[in-house]
Design a binder for this molecule. Structure first.
Ligand code: SAM
Length: 201
């Protein structure tokens, strides 16, 4: 698993421009919708969706009344799509920034993972786990979905993997609350993704 070309801003912007966005299911996915629905009343906890794309998760949380929802993406078109759909989403919460350069000022309470980890060059996986831990407050949560499947010897995202592999990255910084095959995935993803809920130590 090695990308044939750099997975940089030009690459991702090009995917949006060409409308080659097969990962985009056009709505929040059932596992995250169910997870958000059991978070309780909306409040001002700081939530970040990194590699958010068109950011249906952020739209859902915003509609529920969470006030401090941030999205980060290197592709401007992705952020513009959220702004276009959700006119009252705060512009200051749209971060056109590389995830790995974000700072915890102040730290986040919740990070949401949805097809971002699998989009990164696999050599960045240890750095992803470290950066998630850096951005969260102690006791903060990383929740979302990781593909537990083999996409073959792909030269382009998505890149798959195993729970054993993923465990080695996250156990350095997180306690595992939940790390199991999701029971409510979208049909094409059924049995192929883990729902994770990890607490930063
Ligand atoms: C496969 S897409 C997933 C988008 C969205 N999470 C979804 O499920 O629809 C990966 C996204 O990550 C963004 N991305 C890739 N590398 C990034 C980085 N280093 N920092 C921030 N965003 C990045 C891309 O622009 C793209 O929008």
């Amino acid at each position: 698993m090695k990308p044939a070309i750099p997975l940089n801003e030009a690459y991702w912007s090009g995917r949006y421009t060409a409308n080659q966005t097969g990962w985009d299911v056009g709505a929040i996915t059932p596992p995250l919708r169910e997870y958000f629905d059991q978070l309780g009343s909306a409040d001002n906890r700081r939530i970040l969706v990194p590699g958010a794309g068109r950011a249906y998760e952020a739209e859902y949380l915003h509609a529920k009344g969470f006030t401090e929802v941030f999205v980060a993406d290197i592709a401007l078109d992705a952020l513009a799509a959220l702004q276009e759909r959700v006119k009252d989403f705060p512009a200051a919460h749209l971060l056109h920034q590389d995830f790995f350069t974000l700072q915890p000022s102040p730290p986040f309470d919740l990070l949401v993972e949805q097809t971002f980890f699998c989009a990164l060059d696999p050599t960045l996986r240890p750095a992803y786990a470290k950066q998630c831990a850096h951005l969260l407050r102690p006791g903060g949560t990383l929740a979302g979905l990781l593909f537990e499947t083999d996409f073959g010897n792909s030269m382009e995202p998505p890149f798959g993997g195993t729970r054993e592999e993923y465990r080695t990255y996250f156990e350095l910084y997180f306690n595992f609350v939940h790390f199991e095959t999701a029971y409510n995935s979208l049909r094409p993803r059924q049995g192929r993704e883990l729902f994770i809920c990890l607490k930063k130590r």
